[in-house]
Design a protein around this ligand. Structure first.
Ligand code: GDP
Ligand code: ZN
Length: 353
């Protein structure tokens, strides 16, 4: 395989590359990122990569590369140096508290780029947290990718009431029911991820993400990584987050996602599209939907066309995100400490490369 079409390379990226790349530079995709070290897959294989010093010091507005990024790089002595990031089609981000910090563009930390689907994984063995689901939905919508809810553990027989609840909490979002234990429902989900498409897995610990990755890869009967797809120029990789499925499509399961505690605000209106639609008719543009005269949201609740609990959830999340943006530092710091602890504590179970 001499190209990177299977990794999601597109005519738009090819144009951007042709516009900016110098002779000798190559294009590739970041398949893993850990503490400043990257793994880069290009037409010739997979290499360790680092950012050019110039990139670290001159912000081009895109910040540093993240998993899923397409980049321009140079190859020297068996390693790659990343010179630039090609424009991102989508980006999955979490909001961070301290908006004044230098390394955090626009108050968000981008965790993955160029994803097509966000698989919000939730298990049918325990009550899911509505707040968490709403946050994940918000972040997913904010990313530009298509959110899909994946309900795992349907073999336990507890799924039906949850499916009804999910339909209420996430109107219009497709729900795929799977069992990683029996394999039921895996094929339709697998079929959703088309050639060159990337699905990002998000969800709490224990919901079955690792099992799902193994199932999706296991459909091809062997664990296939992006690296293994290419016989030439293979190099030892420390780890990888982006897995290539035989027959096309990729799943992105990155440890960084695990630690997410706060979410970007952009997506909130989408996650609460029903409220936003009604609120458009409020008399005041800055209506808080409480006791304001001419509030269309309160009218809808009184009329029974909108669930009061939805408004309460919306208000809570909105309040939380705003407070987070104001308060910033302390909480973001605490979250980062927590994140580090979680990251070191939980090493993913994966099939050997
Ligand atoms: P992760 O933390 O999200 O990666 O979750 P894991 O994949 O490690 O799964 C957590 C636990 O749930 C493990 O004990 C799995 O065996 C179990 N599990 C995962 N998926 C299923 C499923 O579909 N059905 C059942 N019965 N158990 C599952
Ligand atoms: Zn209102």
């Amino acid at each position: 395989m001499d190209d990177i079409d299977h990794l999601g390379w597109s005519p738009a990226l090819a144009h951007a590359f042709a516009d900016t790349a110098a002779p000798g530079q190559i294009a590739g995709r970041i398949i893993a990122h850990h503490r400043g070290h990257y793994e880069l897959t290009y037409a010739g294989g997979t290499l360790h990569a680092q950012c050019a010093g110039r990139m670290r010091h001159h912000d081009d507005g895109l910040g540093l590369p993240v998993v899923g990024d397409f980049v321009i790089a140079r190859i020297e002595a068996g390693a790659a140096t990343i010179d630039a990031i090609l424009p991102r089609r989508t980006k999955f981000a979490r909001a961070v508290g301290d908006l004044t910090r230098h390394d955090v563009a626009k108050g968000e930390q981008i965790i993955a780029a160029n994803i097509d689907y966000v698989f919000i994984v939730t298990g049918a063995d325990a009550d899911f947290s509505v707040r968490r689901l709403e946050r994940l939905l918000g972040a997913a919508f904010g990313s530009g990718a298509i959110p899909i809810i994946v309900l795992t553990k349907i073999d336990l027989g507890l799924a039906p009431p949850m499916i009804a609840q999910l339909a209420l909490e996430a109107p219009g979002v497709a729900v795929y029911q799977v069992s990683n234990a029996t394999g039921e429902g895996i094929a339709p989900l697998r079929g959703l991820i088309g050639h060159g498409r990337t699905a990002l897995l998000v969800g709490s610990s224990g919901v079955g993400k690792s099992s799902l990755v193994n199932r999706l890869l296991g459909m091809e009967r062997q664990a296939t990584s992006v690296t293994d797809n290419n016989g030439r120029g293979r190099h030892t990789t420390t780890s990888r987050d982006l897995f290539l499925l035989d027959g096309g499509g990729m799943i992105l399961d990155t440890p960084g996602i695990r630690a997410i505690t706060q979410w970007q605000t952009d997506g909130i209106e989408d996650a609460f599209a029903d409220i936003a639609a009604v609120a458009a008719d409020c008399r005041f543009a800055d209506c808080r939907h409480q006791t304001e005269p001419g509030c269309a949201v309160q009218t809808a609740i009184a009329a029974g066309t909108l669930d009061a609990r939805r408004l309460a959830d919306y208000a809570r999340l909105d309040h939380e995100l705003k407070a987070l943006a104001r308060r910033g530092d302390k909480r973001a710091e605490a979250a980062q400490t927590r994140q580090k602890r979680i990251l070191t504590a939980s090493h993913r179970k994966r099939p050997p490369p």
